[in-house]
Design a binder for this molecule. Structure first.
Ligand code: ADP
Ligand code: MG
Length: 358
């Protein structure tokens, strides 16, 4: 493994910001640290960069233990949300700045700057000042300030958070392309799941100073290992209640008076209480033809919200709850006020045991 973090722990005074963090990243990988604000993502990045010292644990880069090395000896670069460009320096001078610290000859520095501008499509903009650049161009210069030193690892802390949505999408693709081109690991911090899902090979979900799971993105999305991940990644309908087992062995959750069928593989049983999550795109809506089959829940369509490529159907259930469905057969026509049926493939449910009922 190219970047190895073992048993990392960080305390600020009596507050434990991170504990038991293990991560192993390969040389050609793009990984994201995805988690809510305050979960410890930036702290982890700052520890890798050497801007903070861990209370416990080790960090290895390319086989070398860098835990006690100062930042500039780690071969790491970091890109931040605020571009931190020098306003009185041109693009060329901004890129030259970190190189001057490296005691390179002027010719070598010029070569590096050209290389970097080539990769980032900044060649035509080299003599401009930051206020003569668009937001996306400024962000590319900020990336360049990291890449120009040819780091072994690039760390990015919410670098796109200040850009508008359209530009962010373009930059996501560009950043991923740079990573592939350079063949070094990128560790990308974000609280935005779409960003993490679109760019990463693997995602580490960070919560309350620990890593809930570190897995390829499709696993994180489709097979959440923990309840937190099920809640945080994607959009789901949530059902909580006691588990019932019918005489024939079929399980369901009794959710506010509605029986929510579970699959045979759900690893819960009565008398437990459990919570099941189903993604809205796995929640199917049909017109109610008066013969609800087994496993289908009747409701009334309240509203339809068009989201462009898909629509969300808001369905009121007899127990007063609301469900969102966004899977629909293309031939189905339903309008607000119609009686509808909701169902899903029970294998798609993510079921977590709550506490055993007294
Ligand atoms: P994130 O980047 O996921 O939003 P941070 O890593 O910035 O989260 O912060 C994680 C937790 O550690 C927060 O509760 C934050 O207040 C705390 N923290 C971060 N840096 C310091 C510090 N220098 N001193 C004290 N507490 C800190
Ligand atoms: Mg942060």
């Amino acid at each position: 493994m190219y970047l190895e973090i073992s048993n990392l722990r960080k305390k600020f005074g009596s507050f434990t910001a991170l504990s038991g963090v293990n991560l192993a990243v390969e040389k050609d990988e793009f990984i994201s640290l995805l988690g809510p604000s305050g979960s410890g993502k930036s702290t982890l990045l700052r520890l890798i960069a050497g801007l903070e010292q861990p209370t416990e644990g080790r960090i290895l880069i390319d086989g070398e233990d860098v835990t006690r090395l100062p930042p500039y000896k780690r071969g790491i670069a970091m890109v931040f949300q605020d571009f931190l460009l020098f306003p009185h320096m041109t693009v060329r001078e901004n890129l030259n700045f970190p190189l001057r610290m490296l005691k390179m000859s002027a010719a070598e520095r010029e070569e590096r700057i050209d290389w970097c501008c080539g990769i980032l499509s900044l060649t035509e903009l080299k003599d401009r000042y930051p206020n003569q650049l668009s937001g996306g161009q400024q962000q590319r210069v900020a990336l360049g300030r990291g890449l120009v030193c040819r780091p072994k690892v690039l760390l990015l802390d919410e670098p796109l958070a200040n850009l508008d949505r359209e530009l962010r999408r373009d930059m996501e693709i560009e950043i991923r392309r740079y990573q592939v081109q350079l063949g070094i690991p990128f560790v990308y911090v974000t609280h935005n799941q779409e960003e993490a899902l679109s760019m990463s090979d693997r995602i580490a979900v960070v919560n309350k100073g620990g890593i809930e799971d570190f897995a390829d993105k499709s696993t994180i999305y489709s097979h959440p290992k923990t309840r937190f991940i099920a809640q945080f990644v994607g959009r789901s309908n949530v059902f909580t209640g006691p588990v019932l087992t019918s005489p024939s062995g079929g399980k369901s959750i009794e959710w506010q008076g509605i029986q929510v069928p579970l699959g045979p593989n759900a690893s819960v049983g009565s008398p437990e209480s459990a919570t099941a999550y189903i993604k809205i795109e796995d929640t199917l809506i049909e017109a109610d033809d008066g013969t609800p089959g087994p496993g289908k829940i009747a409701g009334k369509l309240r509203d339809v919200i068009f989201r462009g490529q898909y629509a969300e159907y808001l369905v009121n259930l007899p127990n007063g709850a609301e469900i969102v469905a966004s899977s629909i057969d293309s031939s189905t026509r339903v309008s607000p006020g119609d009686n509808v049926l909701i169902s899903w493939d029970v294998d798609r449910l993510d079921v977590f045991s709550d506490a055993v009922r007294p």
